[in-house]
Design a protein around this ligand. Structure first.
Ligand code: ATP
Length: 515
């Protein structure tokens, strides 16, 4: 089998070196070109599977190489790296067939995810002998879960992309641009539910999702209950070329294997009517399977086959069906741990985890708590026609101190209840239905009697996270975000500080090169 080759084009050698170092763990052959001319020469020798080109959108010839590639090698996927944000040029590049347009520099994880997805769908570009004869072998469909014809180029000619591009906020060019105040994915408004949040780790998850939204690769979403996995899956669907197709959700928790199997694959008994499964219903769209960790061994095997070969058989039938869905999987469990315990197939894990979005728990999202509370208040006031216009200061303090084990879902329910119960115009602490400890270090929920309910006692490690985050944040702020000095004062080494900052989403402005 031919080696996979990526051609990196950039006039600046340090940018090429940087990209090479970001991609070397992928185990592919990386080649470099310092100009469009050199790139064309190399492309014509054949066997390039993916092109990554850095461009300056202000340059009038910025898209010439793209234009050439899409004409001569229509199957060759292209990632364009823009040196500055330029929405107009981004639109133009996508109309001309660029699969991914991102701002450079960008996090290594994001670049690797985009490359992995596109390589999963591409076959080597044809050799030069086939050139000049118009379109030659197009992108291979990389197995049955590869893109359909309409998706393969992911270009803006598809109605979904044109609409998403037409001023609705959807653009992949956002890796280092600041998100808007709320609803980074304004396109999601079509689904009614809007994704609200500015927390850094949520933003990184969203950016990664944006990068791969247009591909058909499976996506794994990991997060505690109520962190928004289903909402992110839905948003991902609406931002993809499949956005006009169905979005189907299948929740697995607690259902016996056979029920899930029937729901997923459908049933075709020897006698009697056949029943379509969710896979058939989601045809042309996206199927979100939640709590994938709870699937039994048999179902895991069938899911693996579906992902690998795009095939399945309905219950009671031996006739093989082909699937045409994008799969998004949700889990609240740590799948690596499940693999180590022998409860989850490693091969399945590898297949679904190439792109993993990690949603942070609400207690780590800082000011997003208020942002979300305000969003839910406004929505509930409108929905229930209640004249509630804000929060009393003490109610906000309470919201900030509570640790929200049920995450956004719990917050949403608490605010809706408060809007209904509130007698004044501002939500008061009493309306929230929870009594949060006055001690900011505990962050715990107390029963009205004043004692901590046993159901609210948290594992020590988790309970210590909140004060630890606060102490680190205060030290960083006091020391002007000087990490060396902060580590010294806190008496920890810099690597430990870095890891903790990452865990708590405090790496605000930093582009993550490593990992
Ligand atoms: N960032 C967000 N902005 C606005 N609403 C949100 C956000 N995250 C979650 N929600 C809302 O919170 C509720 C719970 O979200 P969702 O069902 O997506 O969570 P989940 O992680 O899938 O939950 P579960 O683990 O129970 O399946 C939904 O009503 C959703 O619309």
């Amino acid at each position: 089998m031919n080696e996979t080759r990526i051609l990196i084009v950039h006039p600046d050698s340090s940018a090429r070196t940087l990209m090479t170092s970001m991609l070397q763990t992928l185990g592919v052959r990386l080649e470099e070109a310092d100009s469009d001319r050199a790139a064309v020469r190399r492309l014509e020798r054949g066997d390039i599977n993916l092109l990554i080109a850095g461009v300056d959108p202000d340059d009038p010839d910025a898209l010439e190489l793209l234009h050439y590639v899409k004409r001569k090698f229509p199957g060759l996927p292209v990632i364009l790296l823009f040196s500055v944000a330029d929405a107009e040029r981004t639109r133009e590049a996508r109309q001309r067939g660029a699969e991914v347009v991102v701002r450079f520099p960008l996090p290594a994880t994001q670049l690797r995810a985009a490359v992995a997805q596109l390589l999963g769908q591409a076959e080597p570009a044809p050799r030069s002998s086939a050139l000049g004869n118009g379109p030659t072998a197009a992108i291979g469909h990389g197995g049955p879960l590869g893109p359909t014809d309409g998706e393969s180029a992911m270009n803006s000619a598809s109605p979904a992309t044109v609409e998403a591009d037409a001023g609705h906020g959807w653009t992949v060019l956002s890796s280092t641009t600041a998100p808007p105040a709320t609803a980074s994915w304004t396109g999601a408004e079509r689904t009614e539910a809007v994704l609200v949040g500015e927390d850094e780790s949520l933003r990184q998850a969203i950016e990664l999702a944006e990068t791969i939204a247009a591909t058909r690769a499976p996506v794994l979403i990991h997060g505690e209950p109520g962190t928004g996995k289903s909402l992110v899956a839905r948003t991902l669907h609406h931002q993809s070329p499949r956005g006009r197709g169905p979005f189907i959700e299948l929740r697995c928790l607690g259902d016996p294997s056979e029920e899930i199997e029937r729901a997923l694959f459908g049933e075709r008994p020897a006698v009697g009517p056949a029943t379509a499964g969710e896979l058939a219903r989601a045809r042309g769209g996206t199927l979100y399977i939640d709590d994938v960790a709870t699937l039994g061994p048999e179902l895991q095997g069938r899911l693996l086959r579906l992902l690998r070969d795009g095939e399945y058989e309905p219950l009671g039938s031996s006739r093989v069906e082909r699937s045409d869905v994008r799969l998004v999987l949700g889990t609240r469990e740590d799948l690596v741990e499940q693999v180590e315990r022998g409860r989850f197939r490693q091969d399945l894990y590898y297949r679904i985890s190439v792109v993993t979005l990690k949603l942070p728990p609400l207690r780590h999202r800082g000011s997003d708590i208020e942002r979300l509370a305000e969003h839910f208040r406004a929505r509930a006031a409108k929905r229930f026609d209640r004249p509630i216009i804000g929060f009393a200061p003490q109610a906000l303090v309470m919201l900030r101190r509570y640790h929200w084990p049920g995450n956004v879902q719990e917050l949403e329910a608490a605010i809706e209840r408060a809007v209904l119960l509130c007698r004044g115009r501002y939500i008061e602490p009493g309306d929230l239905g929870v009594v949060v400890s006055a001690n900011p270090m505990s962050g715990g929920l107390r029963t009205p009697g004043g004692r901590v309910g046993t159901g609210q006692i948290r594992p020590l490690k988790e309970a210590l996270e909140e004060p630890e985050k606060r102490i680190i944040l205060e030290a960083l702020e006091a020391l002007g975000w000087n990490r060396q000095e902060t580590a010294r004062v806190l008496d920890i080494n810099r690597t430990t500080l870095y890891k903790k900052m990452k865990k708590y989403g405090l790496l605000c402005d930093e582009v993550v090169w490593a990992n």
